[in-house]
Design a protein around this ligand. Sequence first.
Ligand SMILES: Cc1cc2nc3c(=O)[nH]c(=O)nc-3n(C[C@H](O)[C@H](O)[C@H](O)COP(=O)(O)O)c2cc1C
Length: 300
Amino acid sequence: MSSASSRSIEDVANANGPNGQRWYQLYWPRTDEITISLLNRAKAAGFSALVITLDTMLLGWRPHDLDTAYIPFFYGVGIQVGLSDPVFMKSHGYEPVHETTKFPFEPEKIRDAALKEGDVNAQKVMKLGKEWLGQTNSGSFRSWEDLQFIKDHWDGPIILKGIQRTSDAEKAIDMGIHGIIVSNHGGRQVDGAIGSLDALAKIMRSQKIIQAQAKGDLTILFDSGIRTGSDVIKAMAMGAQGVLIARPYMYGLATAGQAGVEQILMQTVTDMHITMGLCGYSDVNDLIGKRDELLELVDD
Ligand SMILES: Cc1cc2nc3c(=O)[nH]c(=O)nc-3n(C[C@H](O)[C@H](O)[C@H](O)COP(=O)(O)O)c2cc1C
């Protein structure tokens, strides 16, 4: 579950149910009390693992978003974790809004109301959106030492998302981190960033990382650009133990709601099974780290 979700932590947990497995993704707030509040809420709502996204301490320079003034947070979309947070809301003199599904979801109306008509409620949403963004993508960068603060307030597995350098992946092992997600945020943060798959290839040349993975001390996941079954098996052959997808499921969601998301997941997995079979593998786990074997069949 993203920190920029349009539903509260508690709503997502309820929807996911008592037997659902859920991980919480943290955009690390500027204010420690708010970070603690989010971690406690995620824990209480049954989230078992914490993903800390490291590459978005502030939003990248995104000309398209700037040209279109695309900042949905200002119009009340994607700030529901904040609006439902007692510490954040109290710091602005408000009670938390628990029934986040009742919150206005008509961004353009809110913007027009706030800009043209001086609607007080709409202005409140815009102000809270700005404040929440100032918490979660605040521009206050963190150092490795700061991770101790999270460890003090979270007792489950911690996964670092946005690792691109071998030295950072090795440092994660030294810090007792349980997993990394090799990701360049889909190229949305650094213009000219290297391909995430190239970063994975470099990282998997480190003996220290290979050994930590073999011992089960470090789980390696991958994202940025997974679109097809062949993409999945390439990343796994490079050494990833699992992959994540983002934009494809959002395209499915925008096109056909839940059915669209299910379709995207189903077709990606089916494509993966077919391609795996055609390459002579029956178990995806047999592929992990088999780069040279796979290269006999599939282009790099
Ligand atoms: C519209 C959009 C919103 C995103 N929001 C988040 C987020 O809240 N937290 C996060 O860790 N990554 C976020 N990401 C990054 C994705 O998780 C992912 O790393 C990236 O899009 C690459 O995967 P993809 O090529 O499958 O889209 C977002 C990406 C997009 C396009």
